[in-house]
Design a binder for this molecule. Structure first.
Ligand code: DER
Length: 232
C-alpha cells in the first residue's frame, strides 16, 4: 500500500544518509523500522559494512538477530553514532509522540545515547501540532502498582482522560518489555510539551513518557507521491 511504500522510502533514505562503516546503530521499534533493518542488512552484505546494532525492544532484538546483524547493548556501547526510529506523530518543532508500539522507554534511552537521532515516518505522521492526526494520546509507561494515582494526577492537572492499555491477544493490561503498564493520555488541548513532559516525568510511578521533546535531529517523511522529504 501507499503508506508502506512511503515508510520504506523514508527508512532507506535515513539508513543511506546516516549509517557508515564502523557505526554503532540504535535500532528502533514498530513497523517502519523493519524497512530500515532490511536496508541495513542489504548494505552490510553489499558494502561489507562493519556495524553493531543496539535494540530498543524485544522486537528490535528479534529483527537484528533475524537479519544476522551484530547485536550489542549499552553496556558495551553507551554512546551510539546514530539511532533510527519511527514516530506516531511529529509536530512543527519536531516534538514526537512515540510509544504506539509500547517501546517508548528503551527507545528514549537509546535515542538519548546517540550522537544523531534520526526519525523515519510516512506522510500520515506529519502534523503541525500533536493530536491533529494521532488520536490515541500520549503513551506513558508507569509502574503497575501506581497506575491509578498517576492517572488521577494527570487528568486533574492536565485534563483529558487516561486509558490503561489493554492486551489484544493477552488477557489483562499490556505489559511492557520492562514489566510495566502503559497509560494512554488522551489530551484535549495544545500544551507546552516541554513543560508537560517534565511535569509528568516527576509524578512518582511514571517511568517514561512518549513525548520526545528536542531529541529528533531530522525526520524523514515518505510522501504519497513516492518522494521523500525531511525536516530538521
Ligand atoms: O512505538 C513506538 O515508539 C514506535 O516507534 C512508533 O512510534 C512508530 O511505529 P510505526 O513505525 O509502526 O508507526
Amino acid at each position: 500500500a501507499m503508506a508502506e511504500e512511503a515508510k520504506k522510502r523514508a527508512a532507506y533514505a535515513a539508513v543511506d544518509n546516516h549509517v557508515q562503516d564502523s557505526h554503532v546503530v540504535g535500532v528502533g521499534s514498530g513497523s517502519t523500522i523493519v524497512y530500515a533493518v532490511d536496508r541495513l542488512a542489504e548494505r552490510v552484505r553489499q558494502e561489507k559494512l562493519k556495524i553493531v546494532c543496539v535494540p530498543t525492544s524485544f522486537q528490535a532484538r528479534q529483527l537484528i538477530l533475524k537479519h544476522g546483524l551484530p547485536l550489542s547493548d549499552l553496556d558495551r556501547h553507551p554512546e551510539l553514532d546514530v539511532a533510527i526510529d519511527g514516530a506516531d506523530e511529529v509536530d512543527s518543532s519536531l516534538t514526537l509522540i512515540k510509544g504506539g508500539g509500547g517501546c517508548l522507554a528503551q527507545e528514549k534511552i537509546v535515542a538519548d545515547c546517540a550522537k544523531h537521532f534520526i526519525v523515519i515516518a510516512d506522510y500520515r505522521k506529519d502534523s503541525k501540532c500533536l493530536g491533529q492526526q494521532w488520536k490515541k494520546g500520549v503513551p506513558i509507561e508507569v509502574i503497575p502498582m501506581a497506575y491509578v494515582p498517576v492517572s488521577r494526577v494527570i487528568t486533574r492537572r492536565f485534563g483529558g482522560e487516561t486509558v490503561l492499555r489493554m492486551g489484544i491477544n493477552k488477557a489483562g493490561p499490556v505489559v511492557t518489555d520492562n514489566s510495566n503498564f502503559i497509560l494512554d493520555w488522551k489530551f484535549e488541548s495544545v500544551h507546552n510539551w516541554k513543560e508537560v513532559n517534565m511535569a509528568i516525568k516527576m509524578i512518582p510511578g511514571v517511568v517514561e513518557t512518549g513525548l520526545f521533546v528536542g531529541m529528533a535531529e531530522r525526520v524523514y517523511f515518505g510522501m504519497q507521491d513516492g518522494t521523500v522529504t525531511f525536516r530538521d
